[in-house]
Structure formats: C-alpha cells, structure tokens
Design a protein around this ligand. Structure first.
Ligand SMILES: [Ca+2]
Length: 463
C-alpha cells in the first residue's frame, strides 16, 4: 500500500487523470471567465433589484399571521379546515412517532405557561402544557383572538401532549403537535367560531371534532415551512462515473450525473452539501412515474416539469405542486449517445408523503442533480432556478479557487518527483472525501442566504 506522503500524491495524480480524460463516458463541466463576469455583475446588481439568494434546508420563516379583515364564518360540526385529512401535506402531515419522556424528541416539547390560557390538567402531570414550539406559537395567538372576540372569556386547553395513550393510534397528541380546546365558559355555542379563530391563528388543521371541544394540530418542527428545504433521503442514489452510489455515502469532490443548461446529462462536481444530517428523520414527497421511477424529496424542492403550453420555455416548480398527470424528466441508459444517457418526460402517477431517514442536499456545479434516475434541481425555497444559481455563485467561485490552489500544490508535488504511483480510483475518491469531511447540519452559506432572502425577496417567490 501507499504510505502517507504517497497518498497525497495519489490524490493529485488522480485529479490530473480526471482533468485529462474527463471520464471518457461523460464530461465534467466547469465554467470559466465570460459567464463568471456576467454573474459577478448580476450579483452586484442584486441588492438594487432586491432579488438575492435561495435556500437549502433552512430554519423556517416565521408563520406570519393573516390580518382578519373579512367577516369570519364559524365552522360547522364535523367540519375541518383545510378540507383534506389531517396527515396530508396541505394539513399537518404525517405522524412521526410517539414521544415519551425518555425519548430524544421529548426535548423538542416546550411547556406553555401563558397566563391567558387555562389548562385543564386533569392528569395532574402538566402534560397538557407540553407542546411543540409551533403548536405553542399558534395557541398563544389563538388565546389573544379569544379574548378579543369575547371579552372576559379565555382559551381553555383540555388536552395537549398525551403520554398515557388515550387517543387513537398515530394521534398527533402523542407528539405534542395537537391540542383540544374550548372556551373558559364552556359555552358550546361559541365553539364553531372558536374553530374559525384557530384557523386564523395559523393551526395547520382545525377540526370541529366533538360537541365538547375543537381539535387543532400543526406540522412537525422539521417539516414546517422553510425548515425542510431541498433535501433527499439517504436511501436515494445518484450516478457517478463508476456507477450508482447511495447519497448517504457520497462525498464532496465527487462527480455525479446532472443536467446541463443544454439539456444533456453530464457529470458535475459536488461542491458542497447544503444540508447534511444522516440521522435526521423528515417528511418527503415521493413522486412515482409510469416507468417505475421514484423521486423522493422535500416539498419545497424545485423539480423541472414539462411546460403546460408552448409559451413557457421551462417550468420548474416545487415538488409539493407536482400533481398526478404532470410530467417529470427521467434518465435512460443510451450507449449510442456520447454521454451514455438520454432524458425524456415521464408521467407522474402517484404523489405521496413518506417519512424517511437521512437528509442530504448535495450542490453540484450545474445546480441540478439526477437522483434515482429523475432530474431535480439542487435548490429549494425560492421558486427560480436562475436566481438560485446566481445566489450560490460565490460558493461555486470559492470552490473553483480552492481547486485552483490544490492544482498549484499538486504541480509542486509532481515537480519534486513521485511519478511512480499506481493504485485504483476507489482509494483516490476515499482520500478526497476525507479531505472534505462535511460537518453535520445546514451549510453556513445556505443559512446566510436564508437570513437575507426572507427580508428582501417578495413572499410570492418563497415557499
Ligand atoms: Ca388533559
């Protein structure tokens, strides 16, 4: 085997090979000067145009309260808003598993000591006061609405987090994501309006469940708006020059199949992971196509779809907006083509919400990625691939500079001898990965772009 000094030389040697033959089967694209100049100008212009960046998986935008201007209609008995079932994407989403006091997710539950809310706490354990942060925020908003609507009346919580298993299987009460509420005077004629106020307060699903209470629930902390950006689960695979590879074992510096601006499949370098959380669980959308492909990604992720009319040149939309009958781009092997691949449109036949482990958001130089043989964008949250690509330009530039410095270093290594390196590519890519070990969590640059985009981008452009 090669000793330590040899390893570094081996890496540079492999990089040299990469640069020379470009993997033969597919090209690794890098873009230099004229385009860079244009983008630099664009970046400088952005503050003036008020359109900066984009996000990957990032912390959530605060759920703004809708101003109550119109006349409020009370809900009727057994009505729920939105008019879909509780565990769907437009409502509160999937249950993520029961939380007990010794569970790691128990730390996510916060006690609510709001003096304007009466907690029944018939259990005497304080469990009714425990809820997720999102649930607490919506509940506190509702408490104010109740006092405004009926002076002298307060909001009353009869059930919060349930650790005793008194609810139906998979109830969101077990995760602190649901509350059952009444008014303090227990005047049942008020409950229809109480439910409407809960909808206005921002609960993700409100149900006039029983004559004696209103059930309100929220999305999980990890899936609430903005917290879940452009990620894929670890079980998804990407295509590298040496074959398919699970996202969970992919590293920065490796080349993976992506779609270039000319619509060709090329191998593009992974320059960063915008989010990297192998042990996190998250809710993903799984799009299945008629030829059996499955793309699993977070709802706010951008996906190219076939334009509905000829006027639109391209149509890149949030995964959450993709419907059955829409067409997405899939990759087929085609040895007759120089790249060995071709792309075609394929019908989406099912879109379902699934809970999966591992959160990975690789950013390629091209800004696109082929995952499980389906084309997706590397971006999320902001509904423009172009703005996203511009927003992440500095990160690509940084990566180019780093690569450049590495090449200079390699040059000196080689001019000091060491041409007798013989080994295989697998060892090489391993060394490259360890050189770029990714810290867990959101990438600092994605986080930075997030914090500015909330202030400067129009909300219509954000997920
Ligand atoms: Ca209770």
């Amino acid at each position: 085997m090669v000793e330590l000094g040899g390893k570094t030389r081996l890496v540079s040697y492999l990089q040299k090979i990469r640069n020379n033959d470009n993997y033969q089967r597919c090209r690794t694209r890098r873009r230099y000067p004229p385009r860079i100049l244009i983008v630099v100008l664009l970046v400088l212009w952005l503050p003036a145009l008020e359109i900066p960046g984009v996000l990957a998986c990032g912390p959530g935008r605060g759920g703004g309260r809708r101003p109550i201007l119109r006349k409020l209609t009370p809900l009727v008995f057994k009505q729920h808003v939105p008019n879909v079932s509780e565990n769907t994407l437009p409502a509160s989403g999937l249950p993520e598993g029961r939380v007990s006091r010794d569970h790691t997710r128990f730390r996510d539950l916060v006690p609510n000591y709001n003096a304007d809310i009466i907690f029944k706490d018939e259990e005497g354990t304080g469990a009714d006061r425990l809820m997720t942060q999102r649930c607490k925020e919506k509940l506190n908003t509702l408490a104010i609405s109740v006092m405004n609507q009926w002076p002298g009346v307060k909001l009353r919580v009869t059930e919060g987090w349930d650790e005793e298993g008194k609810h139906a299987t998979d109830s969101l009460h077990y995760e602190g994501r649901a509350v059952d509420v009444t008014t303090s005077d227990r005047d049942r004629s008020k409950y229809g309006m109480l439910a409407r106020l809960a909808v206005e307060a921002g609960f993700d699903w409100v149900y006039y469940e029983s004559r004696s209470h209103i059930h309100c629930s929220v999305k999980s902390e990890s899936s609430s708006v903005g917290k879940s950006g452009g990620c894929f689960p670890g079980s998804s695979s990407v295509l590298t020059p040496s074959g398919p590879k699970l996202l969970s074992s992919l590293g920065v510096g490796e080349a993976i199949a992506s779609l270039d601006s000319a619509g060709e499949i090329v191998f593009s370098e992974v320059i960063a992971f915008l989010d990297y959380a192998p042990s996190s669980k998250r809710q993903f959308i799984r799009l299945s196509t008629s030829s059996g492909r499955q793309l699993t990604l977070t709802p706010s992720h951008l996906v190219p779809t076939e334009p509905k009319d000829l006027k639109t040149p391209s149509s890149i939309i949030y995964a959450a907006k993709v419907q059955v009958g829409d067409r997405i781009l899939v990759r087929d092997d085609d040895r007759t083509l120089p790249g060995g691949s071709r792309v075609r449109w394929d019908d989406v036949i099912e879109a379902e919400l699934v809970l999966e482990e591992g959160v990975y958001a690789p950013l390629t130089r091209e800004g696109t990625i082929v995952v499980d043989d389906v084309v997706a964008s590397c971006y999320a949250i902001v509904n423009s691939q172009t703005i996203a690509q511009v927003g992440f330009f500095p990160l690509r530039l940084l990566s180019t500079i780093t690569d450049g410095l590495q090449s200079v270093k390699d040059f000196f290594w080689h001019s000091h001898g060491g041409q007798d390196i013989t080994t295989n590519e697998i060892q090489g890519s391993k060394s490259m990965n360890s050189r770029w070990r990714q810290p867990e969590g959101l990438h600092w640059y994605a986080n930075f772009l997030y914090s500015i985009s909330t202030y400067v981008l129009p909300s219509s452009m954000l997920y």
